[in-house]
Design a protein around this ligand. Structure first.
Ligand code: GDP
Ligand code: IMO
Ligand code: MG
Length: 436
């Protein structure tokens, strides 16, 4: 036992602190060795959380799992996972993921619960997502086209369909048809196969009902009973609808407030907030990215880090570590510590840069600016740090890292104003350095 619960307490939160894909899935899988209950708070199948397990049949290789909706603790069979009320659920995707687990001899029975207050995401939300993107032309967000925006819009417009609606299929079907009708009034009479979709839900309703729980009550009771709960965020702080690079954001709050709301867990119960950050920065889709590398170096990092989206396969934009983003994210989330991932990817680069500040019209900015117009004009200030060439992927003790790698990590800590509590040095469950 690595004493994670001693280190991070009985209600730890893992959330994305940059633009998503920081490596949340991997840390959640590692910590789930000690946490009993894993609760996913926000987002939907726009998320893609990757976990690599050592492949027992092929030594030296790993087996890869990508979860979009299922909490990333499911590979540990003693855990129970809950999909919280803040999540928008596309059930066909959820069923595909359950099947992958079953195909790998991982039992899912009685191990996955779903909040009665979570919203159901239908295929028509995806259709509308595509249509909305098309009308935006050059200003398109570059969404994952998983229907996220339209489903959260339904929630806020107060005509969404929630998981408890499965308890009465007549009510469910009435709401479903009314909602689809509304979308057709707004977007034209698009072709849509309601019968196939409804057939799927009629067939699955009883199974879904068995998974329904009051998510907030379940998680709070687990804490009262002395269990250890791990909250899983999705997406990333800079994609937050309030705090991110609006309008190039997702339609929910991946930051800490969204975690509390998305689970019905009180802020005072949280024992630790771990922000996941890559040792560089990536972003998928459109929107500002101050430290983006548009040259060969960007492509080199993309190749070395395998930076292609887990959900859409799109190449991720790559850039230098940005401590302005890190300080902002630490502030907005109240981060307790950073899990710095993919340090191994930077091995071999002769020099590394870290953004220290942004300047706008000659003035150093205090924080990350709200305005996209300002972001277009800012000048990013960097410091340069020498790189290292030694393979660090087998290192498990911080002190064994090359001096320059330690200097890089310590500069990140200093500029981000948060401690780095763990460092990722490879894709596998084992490839993590935990610091005291
Ligand atoms: P998430 O959405 O935050 O869970 O992150 P993704 O799974 O979308 O993307 C992270 C990618 O980086 C995945 O392919 C992981 O297997 C990989 N990864 C995570 N941590 C490390 C690390 O420390 N080193 C390397 N080389 N890859 C990592
Ligand atoms: P995980 O949990 C990276 C990005 C999309 C797009 C914007 C809006 O794997 O870190 P949406 O489909 O949500 O309406 O798209 O947000 N995005 C992500 N990028 N990782 C994610 O999740 C993301 N979820 C959404 O690429 O730019
Ligand atoms: Mg991802």
């Amino acid at each position: 036992m690595a004493n994670f619960t001693e280190k991070y307490g009985n209600l730890a939160v893992v959330l994305g602190a940059q633009w998503g894909d920081e490596g949340k899935g991997k840390l959640i899988d590692i910590l789930s060795e000690e946490y009993d209950t894993i609760v996913r708070a926000t987002g939907g199948a726009n998320a893609g959380h990757t976990i690599h397990l050592p492949d027992t049949e092929n030594p030296g290789q790993t087996k890869k799992f990508i979860f979009h909706l299922i909490p990333s603790g499911m590979l540990h069979e003693k855990t129970v996972s809950v999909i919280g009320n803040g999540v928008v659920i596309h059930f066909p995707t959820l069923y595909e993921e359950l099947q992958i687990l079953e195909d790998n001899q991982i039992t899912t029975k009685d191990r996955l619960l779903i909040s009665d207050r979570a919203h159901v995401l239908f295929d028509y939300h995806k259709v509308v997502d595509g249509m909305q993107e098309n009308t935006k032309g050059e200003k398109k967000v570059g969404t994952t086209k998983r229907g996220i925006g339209p489903c959260y819009t339904d929630k806020i417009r107060r005509n969404g369909i929630r998981v408890h609606d499965f308890l009465d299929m007549e009510v469910f079907e009435r709401k479903y048809m009314a909602n689809l009708e509304l979308f057709k009034q707004m977007y034209g009479d698009f072709e849509y196969d309601t019968e196939t979709e409804l057939k799927f839900y009629r067939e699955k309703a009883n199974e879904i009902i068995e998974m329904i729980t009051d998510g907030s009550y379940y998680a709070n009771r687990a804490l009262k009973e002395g269990k250890n709960v791990l909250a899983e965020g999705a997406n990333g702080a800079m994609l937050d609808i309030d705090h991110g690079t609006y309008p190039f954001v997702t339609s929910s709050n991946p930051t800490i407030g969204g975690i509390c709301t998305g689970l019905g867990l009180g802020a005072t119960k949280i024992t630790n907030v771990i922000g996941i950050m890559k040792a560089y920065v990536t972003r998928v889709g459109g929107g500002p990215f101050p430290t983006e590398l548009l040259d060969d170096l960007g492509s080199q990092i993309r190749e070395a880090g395998g930076e292609f989206g887990s959900t859409t396969g799109r190449p991720r934009r790559c850039g230098w570590y940005d401590s302005v983003v890190a300080r902002y994210s630490a502030m907005v989330n109240g981060l307790s510590s950073i899990n710095l991932t993919k340090l191994d990817v930077l091995t071999g680069l002769p020099t590394l840069q870290i953004a220290t500040h942004y300047k706008y019209r000659g003035q150093t900015l205090d924080s990350f600016p709200a305005s996209l117009e300002w972001l277009e004009e800012i000048e990013v200030q960097y410091i340069e740090i020498p790189g290292w060439t030694e393979d660090i992927s087998k290192i498990r003790n911080y002190e064994d890292l090359p001096e320059n790698a330690r200097a890089y990590v310590e500069k990140i800590e200093e500029l981000s104003e948060v401690n780095v509590s763990s460092i990722g040095v490879g894709v596998s469950r084992e490839d993590m350095i935990f610091r005291d």
